[in-house]
Design a protein around this ligand. Structure first.
Ligand SMILES: [Zn+2]
Length: 472
């Protein structure tokens, strides 16, 4: 039920219950080295159906820190778990004593959105694998290199995001009409001298510093910041700043999700709330993911959101001047989701689905499910090939398997029209030539199913072919 339809008193009770629960979750650990202490959480539904979570005035100054992004993400995931789909809302915003983060950090305001370069034939996509090793400062100027996430169920988010980015880069560069995407981290297995770790483990900030030494505004955007986690914050910021620098047409962040109960599952996407183009990109990515992942029998029920969310204030999206979407492929805090993330079939499907989502968005096309909408009566001569015409919707990836199965014929009598072949699919309506009429004349009924290269199948439709005697 939409939150707007909930009675005032019931809404009030929900606010109280959710405030208490989020307060409890937020205070299970200590956040913010700079200002450790109890965190106040106040949940309210505004008149427009948006959720406002107020964390009080003291954290306003820290509203742009990576710790805050983690705290917000924890509260968003807990909030959704608590509501358990009983009530829907229009997104979650965080406030600090009634004011948004720009009150405390006017410099964090997003750049004016650039319209998508329409009809650009070779769009430049930036892929940003989330997290990676960074320098965490301690006493004085001492520091240690650490991952940004902890490993759960065999998944180290900092590393697996790079694996997906590599596969995605390869997949996208093989598709017609697409340039090889740029990555915000180095995908080679060269050794990073300082850490003795592969470069692919290192976060974007250091790779971009190495690649663009003359442009510290990309990777050292907060020279005044003296906090211990300053380079992690610069890492987050460096991703959209790099995409802005090279004038990218789209930015896709790859992440895996986490949440303390271990119960929450599925794929989600996030966009910045004031960027409708980013929402279109993010929705298209989810749609592509859904179609291809669910086409795999093992993942036919895998949970994937229908629509991108605009909760929170992820700097990775906010600072981008182009459409930008953050994809959370699955929850590595859930055992089954983690196993999926590590499964080669899931990886392949996810990468193919994301490629499809980007491609459809770039082509300005909606993402529609693959269905055969109409089949005309076909005709042909016995012992020869018949022609039939059909219409379809969606964006199947060639080659497509055409599976004709005659209804009610006797296969052993060798007079069945059933056949299967694989060929390119032409724009709808398509004329199919090559359906074999057997030696016996008559109107034959068949069932047609199309299966594309990703395993995406249209639901079966029935049609007829009139097989006639030849003139000769
Ligand atoms: Zn992440």
């Amino acid at each position: 039920m939409p939150i707007e339809l909930v009675a005032t008193e019931a809404k009030r009770q929900m606010e109280v219950r959710l405030s208490r629960r989020l307060h409890e979750v937020a205070n299970q650990r200590i956040w913010f080295d700079e200002r450790p202490g109890p965190i106040r959480v106040d949940v309210r539904f505004d008149d427009g159906g948006r959720v406002l979570i107020d964390l009080g005035p003291g954290l306003g100054k820290l509203s742009n820190t990576p710790d805050m992004e983690d705290l917000e993400s924890l509260l968003i995931n807990t909030f959704d778990l608590e509501l358990a789909d009983q009530v829907t809302h229009h997104g979650i915003s965080f406030l600090f004593d009634g004011k948004d983060m720009y009150f405390y950090h006017p410099e964090e305001r997003p750049p004016p959105p650039r319209q998508r370069a329409r009809m650009r034939s070779w769009p430049r996509v930036v892929l940003s694998p989330g997290h990676g090793h960074y320098r965490l400062y301690g006493q004085k100027d001492s520091y240690s290199w650490v991952f940004q996430r902890t490993e759960q169920h065999g998944v180290q988010e900092d590393v697996i995001t790079m694996e997906y980015a590599r596969l995605l880069k390869e997949e996208m560069s093989q598709r017609p009409g697409m340039l090889t995407p740029r990555l915000t981290r180095l995908d080679w297995d060269l050794t990073h001298a300082e850490t003795r770790k592969p470069w692919s483990y290192i976060s974007a900030r250091y790779y971009l510093a190495w690649e663009y030494p003359e442009n510290p505004e990309i990777w050292h955007s907060l020279p005044e910041d003296k906090t211990k986690g300053r380079e992690r914050l610069e890492d987050i910021r460096s991703r959209p700043l790099f995409a802005n620098h090279i004038g990218a047409d789209a930015l896709v962040h790859l992440h895996t999700n986490a949440e303390p109960s271990g119960k929450v599952r599925g794929a989600r996407a996030y966009h910045y709330k004031d960027s409708p183009e980013s929402k279109k990109l993010a929705d298209s990515l989810l749609c592509g993911l859904k179609e291809v992942i669910r086409a795999q029998p093992k993942y036919k029920d895998f949970q994937i959101d229908d629509e991108s969310r605009n909760d929170g204030d992820y700097g990775e999206n906010r600072l981008a001047a182009m459409p930008s979407a953050l994809v959370e492929l699955a929850f590595h805090s859930n055992e089954k989701d983690a196993a999926a993330l590590l499964d080669e079939n899931f990886k392949r499907a996810a990468v193919s689905g994301l490629t499809k989502g980007v491609q459809l968005y770039m082509d300005g096309e909606g993402c529609e499910p693959f269905v055969v909408t109409e089949v005309g009566q076909g005709s042909g001569y016995i012992h020869s090939n018949a022609t039939m015409i059909f219409s379809y919707k969606g964006s199947p990836r060639p080659p497509v398997i055409f599976n004709f199965e005659e209804i009610g014929c006797n296969p052993s009598a060798a007079e069945c029209m059933s056949q299967q072949d694989s060929r390119d699919i032409e724009p709808s309506p398509m004329i199919y030539y090559g359906l074999r009429c057997p030696g016996v004349p008559g109107v034959r009924k068949y069932r047609l199913t199309l299966i594309d290269r990703d395993g995406v199948a249209s639901s079966p439709v029935e049609g007829e072919v009139n097989c006639k005697y030849s003139h000769y």
